[in-house]
Design a protein around this ligand. Structure first.
Ligand code: GLU
Length: 488
């Protein structure tokens, strides 16, 4: 018998931003679905009304879209098993909860919060793990009916067997087992009538025909509860794959304290989607060799759950920065042109216009020197505007009492150029240095300061050729008049 087509889901709770861990879960599900020609579902788990954040769903969807992760079924994309938002499925959970009650696999609990608090305190004092003491599991059917009839607030709890071992297989962790005695009689329906995560998640995974549950390790301890539910409902279990934890470099759980955790923050800082996706893909998965740079298409071809490791994956910001550079530099000049135009539109130079050919030549000399798009405009500001000031340190070191005279000489040489390309600027500078009797370096530093205002950057002759003869001369003259008064 052929196995059913793969159906996987990403099931975030809309409690705010998309966490990088959530992006990884979404990505692995997406890659697995694409790799197997399966279906990738987005399901919104919004049954915890207290934690619901307005606008979080829209933000999630747009962030996933930004990352290039498209869902096949989900809010607004019906595949016949919707709705895909849990708060729109309450009736479904209610019916399933009733069937669990009817079969004796769940029971109503009428304990007040005061009693539960008292119980917890006692367990604490005895150093026992917090666990419901099953007080209401012993109520007779008549007692239960009477309490319900009296309108006593209640929750529905899962009846966890005593002294059993709950086993399941996990693709990443192999065989996993839990003692049922360590498992709480989980609340399935809360007093507000909403289901908890556990009930809603299992019911939906079944009704949405999910074949593989791929999620973070933090859900591993919930899985035995889910296994019980599958058994009580008489449903076939999906395949489970629990992804390793994400860790800070000091191996503590990834936290906001040690850096950004929201995808939006990386986006705002101009990390490329390709870089973030590549980075997140390698948090737990590896291709089996030492390749590190992957585009989405390659990830789809290569990804497999079998190559996801168990041990925690370190979130290394330096590596993300490196991947960003690699992805940025691997873009074609044309792609970078469009991106640079966007960057300029949001920069102090937005009122100016630059011909494409000009921008392309800036790209050619700057592409190996940038880590982010903004670096084109920040590090290469002098391509877009004459320097408004000059690096003090460099003025002190390089602008001597002879500089003005040397630069005058250079201007005369440059003004004779008929083909002002890099090689021509170079020979002109050499000629000038020779007749002044100074080393080329003296003029190179002087002219770099004059035209760019800064010490680093691409080759000086490239810069001069891009700026052109007239602009170069104008800038040298401006430097002569502005820097002269401070000369030694
Ligand atoms: N709603 C859960 C979350 O926020 C889903 C966990 C799961 O995938 O089962 O991550």
């Amino acid at each position: 018998m052929s196995s059913p087509a793969v159906r996987v889901r990403f099931a975030p709770s809309p409690t705010g931003f998309l966490h990088v861990g959530g992006l990884r879960t979404a990505l692995y599900n997406y890659l697995f679905a694409r790799r197997t020609n399966g279906v990738f579902i987005l399901r919104i788990e919004d049954t915890d009304r207290a934690r619901y954040v307005e606008g979080a769903v829209e933000n999630l969807v747009s962030t996933l879209r930004w990352a290039g992760i498209d869902f096949d079924e989900g809010p607004g994309k019906d595949g016949g098993v919707g709705p895909y938002v849990q708060s729109e499925r309450l009736e479904i959970y209610r019916k399933h909860a009733e069937s669990l009650f009817a079969s004796g696999n769940a029971y109503y609990c009428f304990c007040t919060s005061v009693r539960l608090e008292e119980m917890r305190k006692q367990q604490d004092a005895l150093r026992l793990p917090p666990k419901y003491d099953r007080h209401c599991a012993k109520l007779t059917p008549d007692e239960v009916s009477a309490l319900i009839a009296a309108g006593t607030p209640r929750v529905l709890r899962l009846r966890v067997p005593v002294g059993a071992t709950i086993r399941f297989h996990d693709v990443i962790r192999d065989d996993v087992e839990f003692s049922s005695d360590a498992i709480d009689d989980q609340v399935l329906i809360k007093s507000d009538g909403y289901p908890t995560y556990h009930l809603a998640n299992v019911v939906d995974d079944h009704l949405m025909k999910v074949t593989h549950v791929i999620r973070g390790e933090e859900w591993l301890s919930s899985t035995p509860k889910h296994i019980l539910l599958y058994g009580y409902f008489g449903w076939e279990k999906p395949v489970f794959a629990h992804l390793p934890l994400l860790l800070n470099p000091d191996r503590s759980k990834l936290s906001k304290r040690q850096g950004d955790v929201a995808v939006e923050e990386y986006r705002a800082k101009q990390y490329l989607r390709e870089a973030l996706v590549n980075f997140v893909a390698l948090l737990g998965w590896n291709p089996g060799d030492d390749r590190e740079i992957f585009q989405m298409e390659e990830l789809i071809k290569e990804f497999s759950l079998e190559r996801v490791g168990k041990s925690g994956a370190i979130f290394n910001q330096t590596k993300l920065g490196w991947l960003n550079e690699q992805h940025l530099r691997s873009k074609s000049d044309r792609e970078l042109l469009g991106m640079l135009q966007c960057e300029l539109a949001g920069s102090p130079f937005k009122e100016k216009t630059f011909p494409d050919a000009y921008l392309l030549s800036v790209i050619t000399v700057m592409r190996e020197r940038v880590s982010f798009m903004r670096d084109f405009v920040e590090k290469g500001a002098y391509f877009f505007e004459a320097p408004a000031s000059y690096e003090e340190e460099m003025v002190r070191k390089r602008w001597t009492s002879e500089s003005a005279g040397q630069m005058e000489h250079l201007v005369r040489e440059f003004s004779l150029l008929t083909v002002p390309g890099p090689a021509e600027f170079e020979s002109a500078l050499h000629r000038s240095a020779q007749s002044l009797g100074v080393g080329n370096g003296v003029l190179i530093h002087g002219v770099r300061l004059a035209v760019s205002g800064v010490s680093g950057g691409p080759g000086i002759y490239e810069i001069l050729a891009i700026l052109g003869k007239d602009e170069t001369i104008t800038r040298i003259r401006a430097a002569i008049s502005r820097l002269a008064p401070t000369a030694r």
